[in-house]
Design a protein. Structure first.
Length: 262
C-alpha cells in the first residue's frame, strides 16, 4: 500500500471538488477547497517528500475556455517534478506522447478508450502503440447502478455499460501499467470509502501478477486508511484529497505519509 497524491485542476486552479457535482455546463462544480498556490507548488511538495505516482487531473473538457489554463498549470507541475507525476484529462493518442516529453511518467485515459458506452479496442490499441503500456494508466472511475460499479466517462458524468469487475480488469491489465479508480459517488464527500468496491479490488489485486491499483474516494480519517489497508489486503494504493490539511482537511499530510509510506 502506497500513498499516491493528487493535483486536481478546474477552471485554471488547483481544487478539491465533489466528484459527482461536475457539470460541463458553465464549467460548474461544488468546491471543497480552492488553492491560493499553483499546481507547481504541490508538485514540488510531493517531489521534496519523495512521493511518486501521483496524478494530475484536468477537470475541464477540451472545449472549455478554461482548458488551456488547466493545461498550463499541469505543464508547470510536470516541469517541477519530471518523472514523478501522471496526467489525465483530455488525453488521447495524438497528444499523449507530448505529455511524456513534458515530464509525465504516465498518461491516464478514460473517455478516449471508453466510447459510446463500451471499450473501444481501436483507441485502446492506438494509445498503447503511441506511449507503450508501461506508460499508460487506465482510469476505471465508477459509480453504482443496480448494486454494481459501472465505469463512467466525460469527467464522471456518463455511465458506460462496462462494469468494474474481475472480467474487465483481467481483460484490460495487459494494455496498461496501472489502474486508477475513483469511487465517484463518495469522491470529495469525506464520508468514508466504498467498502464493497475496495473489497472487490483487494481480492483481484491479491492474485499474482496483477497490475497496481490506486483507489480514490471518501477517505476522511486515519481509521479509513486502516480499513482500506485491511479490505484491500495491503495491495491497493490510496489517494487522499479533500481530507488532507494541505487541501483544507483534517488529516495531517506528514502523518499520512508516516502511516502509509510512499
Amino acid at each position: 500500500m502506497e500513498f499516491r497524491p493528487c493535483i486536481d485542476i478546474h477552471n485554471g486552479q488547483v481544487k478539491q471538488i465533489v466528484g459527482s457535482s461536475l457539470d460541463d455546463t458553465d464549467d460548474l462544480a461544488r468546491e471543497n477547497f480552492v488553492a491560493a498556490k499553483g499546481a507547481d507548488h504541490y508538485a514540488r511538495l510531493y517531489r521534496d517528500n519523495g512521493i511518486k505516482g501521483g496524478h494530475i487531473i484536468l477537470l475541464n473538457p477540451a472545449s472549455s475556455p478554461y482548458y488551456e489554463e488547466d493545461r498550463d498549470q499541469a505543464l508547470r507541475a510536470l516541469a517541477a517534478y519530471p518523472g514523478g507525476l501522471q496526467i489525465g484529462g483530455g488525453v488521447n493518442a495524438d497528444n499523449a506522447a507530448a505529455y511524456l516529453e513534458a515530464g509525465a511518467s504516465h498518461v491516464i485515459v478514460t473517455s478516449y478508450v471508453f466510447r459510446d458506452g463500451h471499450i473501444n479496442m481501436e483507441h485502446l490499441n492506438k494509445i498503447c502503440r503511441a506511449v507503450g503500456r508501461e506508460h499508460l494508466v487506465l482510469d476505471l472511475s465508477c459509480r453504482v447502478r443496480n448494486d454494481c460499479y459501472f465505469i463512467v466517462t466525460d469527467r464522471w458524468q456518463k455511465f458506460t455499460e462496462e462494469k468494474v469487475d474481475e472480467c474487465t480488469l483481467d481483460m484490460l491489465m495487459g494494455y496498461c501499467d496501472e489502474f486508477l479508480i475513483h469511487a465517484v459517488d463518495v469522491e470529495g464527500k469525506s464520508q468514508g470509502i466504498e467498502e464493497m468496491l475496495v473489497r472487490q479490488l483487494g481480492e483481484w489485486c491479491g492474485r499474482p501478477g496483477r497490475n497496481a491499483v490506486t483507489y480514490a474516494g471518501g477517505v476522511h480519517s486515519y481509521e479509513d486508511i486502516e480499513l482500506l489497508r485491511t479490505l484491500g489486503r495491503g495491495k491497493i494504493n490510496v489517494t487522499i484529497g479533500s481530507a488532507l490539511d494541505i487541501f483544507g482537511g483534517r488529516l495531517v499530510f506528514e502523518e499520512v505519509l508516516r502511516r502509509i509510506g510512499s
